[in-house]
Design a protein around this ligand. Sequence first.
Ligand SMILES: Cc1cc2nc3c(=O)[nH]c(=O)nc-3n(C[C@H](O)[C@H](O)[C@H](O)COP(=O)(O)OP(=O)(O)OC[C@H]3O[C@@H](n4cnc5c(N)ncnc54)[C@H](O)[C@@H]3O)c2cc1C
Length: 424
Amino acid sequence: MKRIVVLGAGFGGLEATLELERAFRHQPGIEILLVSEQNYFLFTPLLPQIASSYINPRHIVQPVRDIRGRRRFDFRRDDVRAIDPAGRRVALASGALEYDHLVVALGSRTDYFGIPGAREHTWDFKSLEDAVVLRERILDICEHADHVADPAVRRQMLTFVVVGGGYTGVELVSEMRDFMFHYVAERYRGIPRADIRLVVLEAAPEILRGVHPKLAQHAAKRLRVEGIEIRLGAKVTRCFPDGIEINGSEIISAETLIWTAGVRAHPLVEALPGPHDRIGRVLVNERLQLEGHPEIFVVGDSAAASSAKDAPRVAPVAIAQGKLAARNIAHRERGEPLEGYQYISQGALVSLGMNYAVVDVAGLKLSGYFAWLFWNAVHLYKLVGLKKQLQVAMDWSLAAIFPRDASIVRRPRRCKLCGTDEAS
Ligand SMILES: Cc1cc2nc3c(=O)[nH]c(=O)nc-3n(C[C@H](O)[C@H](O)[C@H](O)COP(=O)(O)OP(=O)(O)OC[C@H]3O[C@@H](n4cnc5c(N)ncnc54)[C@H](O)[C@@H]3O)c2cc1C
C-alpha cells in the first residue's frame, strides 16, 4: 500500500486531494490522507464580510467531512509539527506518519517585518477566528464610545487604522465603512458620524498592487469620496497600544490597528531544505517538486515555482497548483512525463463595499454596481457546497432589507476598557 499525504485543507491542499481522488479512483493500493489543523475549509475572500457583521461566520466554512461525502480519501484533524524529507515522514501532534508522496499546502502567516510593537499592538486578519475577534472588537469599541463625553477621547476610540492597501486591506476597510457609517452612526446615539475615522496606510505609491493602475487609482478615488483616508507612501515605523507612527515622525492616535500588510511562508516551509525566496517560500521546479526530493510537491502560498516566481499569493494559483501536483503524482506512479506549471492570470475582482466593485477580467475593466453584481456572482459560485451558497445568498439578501446583527455574543478578549486581556 502506498500512502499520499496532503498537508493543509486550504485552497491548494483540498484541490490536490480531490484531484488525487479522481486520478486514483479505480486504483487499489493507494491511500490518500489529508491532514489539517482545522476540520473545515475556509473561504477567505469573504472574511472581510464577517468583520462587518454582514454574513454569519459559519456560512463561509465547510466541514471537510461534508466535502468528502462518499469519496474514499481519509481525513485527520491534526497539527503538523515537523517535516522530515530524508526520513519520508511528518511529525504530527498525535505521532509520526510515513508517506510515499507528500503535498505541502500549509499556506502563509503574517509578517510584521520586525516593526517594533506591530505584533503586540495590531489585530491580525488571516483566519476565521481573527475575523470573528475583530468583529467583536469593533462592536465593543462602539459600545464604549457611545457613552464617552470627551469628543477627543471618542474620536481616538473611533479611529481604525488598516495597515496595508492590498486586496485584503481595501476590502476590509470598505466593509468597515459600510458598517460604521450606515449601521453604527445611525443606531449608536452617542456616536456622531464625523467622529468615525477610517485610515488605510500603504507604503507603496499606489494601493492594490497587481490591479490595472487605472482601476487601482479609480478605487482609491472612490474610497476617498466615501470618507476613507488613503495614505500612500506611509511606511509604518512603530506601533503603540494607542497609536501608530508613520515614516518615523507622524503619529496617528487610534485604539484599533489592523495588520494586513505582509505575509511570510509557513515556518515548516521555511524549514524545508533547499533555496527559499525573500518571504520564505521554498523554490520548487516547474513541476512543483522540492529540489532533491521529487516525491515532495509544494503548492499555493508556500511555493515559489521556478516557472512563475511572480505569481500572486491568491486562491486561483493555489487551486491550479494543487491540481497539477496531484496530476504529477499520478504521472509518477504511472511512469508518465510530468507537467509544468504556467501562471495564467485570472484577473482581479475587488469589492469596495455595498454596491461597488472594480473588476479586471479577460481584458474587461469594469467598476460600479454591475462590477459588484459580478463580484457577488463569482464569489457565490466559488463557494464550496450548495448549502453554503444558499446561506451566503440569504445573508446578503437579508442585509438589503434588515439591519445587521451587531450582538456581541462573546466577552471581548482584549479590551482595556472592559478590563480584559488576551490571557483572561
Ligand atoms: C483575509 C484574506 C482575504 C483573502 N482574499 C482573497 C481573495 O479575495 N481572492 C483570492 O484569490 N485570494 C484571497 N486570499 C488569499 C488566499 O486565501 C490564499 O492565497 C490561499 O488561501 C492560499 O492557499 P493555500 O492552500 O496555499 O493556503 P491556505 O488556504 O491558507 O491553507 C493552508 C491550510 O493549512 C492548514 N495548516 C496550517 N498550519 C498547519 C499545521 N501546522 N498543521 C496542520 N494544518 C495546518 C490551515 O489550517 C489551512 O487549512 C485572501 C487571504 C486572506 C487571509
